[in-house]
Design a protein around this ligand. Structure first.
Ligand code: ZN
Ligand code: ZN
Length: 1095
């Protein structure tokens, strides 16, 4: 579900504003009403007859007063249907136009409904109505005779100004005719500034000839048909009449793009193709990508599951005996192969990813028993959940092991009836059937074509439901895919979400998704395609994961909604046990083969109520989800979404925290919140006490990062009225926030680090457990029954399965769906899913051509698209458009700024906010270099930078508020960086490897040296650890170097910073600080370790 955006909120206020206008118009009617020839009434009559739809198709002027705004606003909207750029400004304009239209609809629809039968009658009726209303108004007017009507004008705007006249062809108002015509056009159609800038760039291009343009926009739009568009298929979907107006048909066309077409296109897009990862799972200490996760490592659909050692083929599911070296001694271990992986260091060597099996002697003490001892005499061994990496040369041989929930094999060396696992730090045993079966091995992969390169695609299906807002005909669900083979950075681009289709309101998911299921089945079997280099490749793949909001996720797993009893898709926990920390997740997990038996029971039950009973008993839907036609583990591969989960919990914690405060507490809190030194890249949030309902998930998560500090300040403040608030309660709620902030940071960590003595997954588990415990302790009544809190118990396993939890978060996916939903306003709303799908087709095709993609109809890639992005006068056309590349890779276009870069990886440096001399003085600095002002530091830096030992002759320097530049990384990717004065930066310490040093930017300086180069510098004060820890948060305290303390150099070249700052320091306030004004003598700061960049 997508939240209403702030944009739409703005629309709402606009709407209100319009309403005010209209009520004014109602008053204006008063003297006119008795006169039938009045044009205003006539227009109203006309309007009543024609109904609302007319507004969209023809430009009827609703009232004379609105001539200059309303119809044009709408006109812009309808013209923009196929317009390629979704500009913020434009959306705002459109929203405005739209809200005018909607508003009139609301105003008039009532009359419209009343007047269906007879037009004459209805007009008469309505006129009478007006007259009655007018009489009422008249009365009100007369009664208000004694009202005070005096007022004072505040300001004057517009009017006649003393501006020198122009003397050219368009005198006296415009310098020339072009400007005049553009002015009229922009005013008429409410052109946004970015749309205008783009147009100017086109018009001023030397190759542009106005005479080449078609007169009709339809002709222009039809140009799309010559592009290599994808096929948009349609099939009939049933529409549930309950959900839509009764007049609509019971069938609708559902439009879908084929996943196979996407793959075909992607392997012919050189920009994407070269970035994709195909191969076995990778065992790495930094786990960031999906191929670092266990699902990839253990699935034949994406990773590798077999390898030949000597002459023997080992494949996943096989049991082996292998050597484990411990210094000079060697032990023989048993294990089950789960997959084949490679290490990050050596991609050539294949390693076995093995699930460990223990002999009786290796069992923990509390598990050993005489019964198990005698079992072990009978060759029984125990399966564990631990994975181990085994080098192929340590493999001794295959062994046969009978897993006792399977039929007895003809011969076996060992048998397993139990699994050893850890629950709440204690070893436990569960029966062998309570395990996840390995996904079926793909036999159908055509071995004949084994000489072809084999590309396995990991498909991530995202489904967004219809959403609760808007008119029924605006609602639509979205079905998107992402490729798990793309690195995370790429997956986070909006353009790398590929639309399968938009589900019309009232249509069923199962109905709509059928073509996708068929195409995915083909993909599972594998097909041969030709790639960008003209080589034949063998393509296969499968459904890697399905992501969705909480309720839809349960649907896709075939589990009842989360508020039902047994409504967890990962385990069988009852509602009453929901947050019982003793509940044993592993012993009660949902295992496909066990649930399949229940589904079988449901199917065989004779009556509907019997079916429902069985389903209810196990928390299952009546049928398996249609996605089960594909190879998957529906409980593991529909991961929970951490964003919704955490944002929901945080929201609850806000409610609880503010509920236990009284009004004075609220005031105090808001005071400190307002004055708080938030990171400069954040937008100011709305008041969390009164407006948190309008918060985005991101807003809530951000506030969480600073919440502990605000609470500390509010509590510690000397004017704090302690008698109003239960002190102990506050201490606890502070503790809740500290632990919540830690948990959030751990959840959204990327990458997760795993080494021999450090494990982020274990830390995640610990932090989630700590926050759960304190929430239940302090706010038990509220949190005890929350499914979100229970999800915490599953998050660590999800992180292990998919590498990180960012990989399963639907945040950007939701943003994409939101983008589509906003475009609805540009369409004529007749067949939204068709219009939007075709628009997406045009966009993705243009993107494909920009990326250098091949068109199978032509032999060569020689189209203007591939060059246009590098045209200096045009490349900005693609700036800020999500389908374009964010930064161009051809350097000559980038280095357009006159500020010298001291390093070739630093480009396009721009400064903003030149300081005035008063500001320079206030900061104790000077615009002239001198012995007292930085000269020594400058001399030193120039010596280091250019090996320049000379005396600096040019003594003038400029100070700025901010600096912006682009950094090219080792991997040839570009990062846009902005630094601002007052912001903390982190710099890699050269002396102690890996350690980071922190500094506060005091000033950004440019200096034109004696060679005419303008060099950028940072003037900083360094933070240094003073060894203390803040008792409330447990975070380290740093001191800030004083400006006159020269122990560390203050001046540095810009190039010490090569990434967007990701640190946040908070002043350690004392009684001498008041809101916003911190005691300058106190140099102690807390490093906010709760801070992270939300991706
Ligand atoms: Zn569960
Ligand atoms: Zn302070």
């Amino acid at each position: 579900m997508v939240k209403v955006t702030r944009k739409i909120n703005q629309g709402a206020t606009l709407r209100q504003a319009t309403r005010l206008n209209i009520s004014k118009k109602v008053n204006l009617r008063q003297p006119l009403a008795k006169n039938n020839s009045n044009p205003h009434i006539n227009i109203n009559k006309f309007f009543l007859n024609q109904g609302f739809r007319q507004i969209n198709s023809t430009n009827i002027n609703l009232t004379p007063q609105s001539i200059d705004t309303t119809p044009q606003g709408i006109d812009t909207a309808s013209q923009d249907i196929d317009a390629p750029i979704v500009q913020q400004n434009d959306i705002q304009n459109i929203t405005q136009g739209e809200s005018f239209a909607m508003n009139h609809f609301q105003e008039y629809s009532f009359d419209q409904d009343d007047n269906i039968s007879d037009n004459n009658q209805e007009n008469y009726y309505n006129q009478e109505n007006y007259i009655n209303q007018d009489n009422l108004n008249q009365e009100e007017y007369e009664n208000s005779d004694d009202e005070d009507i005096s007022f004072v004008f505040k300001n004057k705007y517009d009017g006649l100004r003393n501006v020198p006249p122009y003397h050219g062809e368009a005198k006296p108002y415009f310098p020339n005719k072009s400007v005049m015509l553009m002015f009229i056009w922009c005013t008429k159609h409410m052109i946004g500034s970015r749309a205008y800038q783009d147009l100017v760039k086109i018009l001023q291009h030397p190759d542009f000839y106005a005479s080449n343009l078609p007169l009709s926009i339809t002709t222009l739009k039809n140009m799309r048909h010559s592009l290599p568009l994808m096929t948009l298929n349609s099939h009939n979907v049933t529409i549930n009449p309950m959900d839509t107006p009764s007049t609509s048909a019971s069938f609708k066309e559902g439009y879908t793009f084929s996943i196979l077409d996407y793959i075909q296109r992607i392997i012919n897009n050189p920009t994407i193709y070269k970035e994709l990862y195909f191969g076995p799972g990778i065992e790495a200490s930094e786990r960031l990508e999906l191929w670092h996760g266990q699902i990839w490592k253990e699935s034949s659909l994406f990773g590798e599951t077999s390898c030949t050692i000597g002459n023997v083929l080992y494949k996943s599911g096989d049991f082996i005996l292998y050597d484990v070296w411990n210094e000079s001694t060697v032990n023989q271990h048993l294990g089950q192969i789960n997959g084949i992986v490679i290490s990050e260091k050596n991609s050539k060597e294949k390693l076995l990813y093995v699930q460990k099996i223990l002999y009786y002697t290796d069992l923990p003490g509390n598990i050993k028993s005489s019964a198990r001892l005698s079992q072990s005499d009978n060759y029984t061994v125990w399966l564990t959940e631990d994975r181990e990496i085994v080098h192929t040369n340590n493999v001794i041989r295959c062994v046969n092991i009978w897993l006792e929930d399977l039929p007895v094999p003809t011969n076996y060396d060992y048998r397993i009836s139990e699994i050893l696992y850890i629950h709440n730090n204690r070893a436990k045993i569960r029966p062998i059937n309570k395990r996840h079966y390995q996904l079926p091995y793909q036999h159908n992969i055509n071995q004949n074509s084994s000489n072809l390169r084999h590309l396995k695609f990991f498909i991530d299906l995202y489904f967004d439901d219809f959403g609760a807002f808007g008119k029924a005909y605006h609602k639509l669900g979205g079905l998107y895919i992402q490729l798990g083979n793309m690195p995370l950075l790429m997956r986070q681009h909006l353009k790398n979400h590929f639309l399968i289709g938009l589900i019309p309101f009232g249509a069923k998911f199962e109905d709509f998704i059928k073509p996708f299921i068929c195409q995915m089945q083909k993909l599972q079997e594998g097909i041969i395609m030709t790639d960008y280099y003209g080589e034949k490749v063998f393509i296969s793949g499968g459904l890697g994961m399905c992501t969705a909001d909480l309720p839809q996720g349960n649907d896709m797993a075939g589990v009842r909604r989360h508020n039902a009893d047994l409504g967890c898709r990962s385990c069988e926990i009852t509602q009453e046990n929901l947050n019982n920390m003793q509940f044993d997740i592993q012993a009660n997990s949902r295992y496909c083969h066990i649930m399949d038996l229940y589904f079988q029971e449901i199917k065989q039950a004779s009556t509907k109520s019997a079916k429902e009973n069985i389903a209810k008993q196990h928390g299952l839907c009546l049928k398996k989800n249609i996605l089960d036609h594909l190879i998957r583990n529906r409980y593991k591969q529909v991961p929970q979404d951490p964003y919704h989960c955490l944002a929901g919990l945080v929201r609850r914690l806000f409610d609880e925290t503010f509920r236990v405060m009284n009004d004075d507490g609220h005031k105090e809190f808001v005071k400190f919140w307002r004055a708080f030194e938030i990171p400069s890249i954040w937008n100011r949030l709305q008041n969390p006490i009164t407006h948190r309902d309008s918060y985005w998930m991101n807003d809530s998560l951000r506030l969480t990062m600073i919440m502990p500090f605000i609470l500390i300040r509010a509590i510690n403040h000397k004017h704090y009225k302690t008698e109003f608030i239960n002190k102990i309660r506050d201490k606890y709620s502070l503790d809740c926030w500290v632990k919540m902030a830690k948990a959030c940071k751990a959840v959204f960590k990327a990458p997760y680090i795993v080494t021999s003595n450090y494990n982020d997954y274990t830390l995640l588990k610990k932090k989630l457990k700590q926050v759960t415990e304190i929430l239940l302790k302090v706010f038990g009544e509220t949190f005890l029954s929350l499914p979100n809190l229970h999800i915490f118990r599953h998050l660590p396993e999800i992180a292990i399965n998919f590498g990180t939890l960012i990989n399963t978060s639907v945040f950007t996916k939701e943003a994409v769906h939101g983008l589509y939903k906003r475009v609805i306003l540009h369409t004529n709303k007749k067949d939204i899913s068709m219009d939007l799908s075709r628009r997406d087709n045009t966009l993705q095709t243009v993107r494909y051509l920009l990326d250098g993609g091949l068109d199978s109809r032509y032999n060569e890639v020689n189209n203007l698209f591939t060059n246009i992005a590098y045209d200096t006068s045009l490349y900005k056309l693609f700036d800020g458009w999500y389908i374009g590349t964010s930064v161009n890779t051809k350097e000559e276009n980038i280095n357009i700024s006159e500020i010298s870069s001291n390093h070739s990886n630093f480009q396009n440096i721009q400064v903003r906010g030149l300081w005035k001399s008063s500001k320079i003085q206030n900061q104790g600095l000077s615009a002239t270099l001198s012995a007292e002002n930085l000269l020594t530091e400058f001399t030193r830096v120039y010596k280091e930078l250019y090996n320049n030992n000379g005396i600096i002759i040019q003594r003038h320097i400029n100070y700025y508020d901010s600096i912006q530049f682009i950094v090219r990384s080792k991997t040839d990717s570009y990062t846009n960086i902005i630094l601002r004065v007052g912001e903390a930066i982190d710099v890699e310490d050269i002396d102690s490897l890996g350690e980071r040093s922190y500094a506060l930017i005091r000033a950004i300086i440019t200096h034109k040296d004696d060679y005419g180069r303008i060099n950028p510098f940072l003037l900083v004060n360094w933070f240094y650890k003073n060894g203390n820890v803040d008792p409330a948060t447990g975070l380290p305290i740093y001191c800030l170097q004083e400006s006159d303390d020269n122990l560390w150099f203050h001046l540095h070249p810009l190039i010490i910073v090569d990434q967007q700052p990701r640190v946040h320091f908070v002043h350690r306030c004392t009684g001498h600080c008041s809101e916003g004004l911190h005691n300058k003598n106190n140099m102690e700061y807390i490093l906010n370790e709760f801070y992270y960049l939300i991706m």
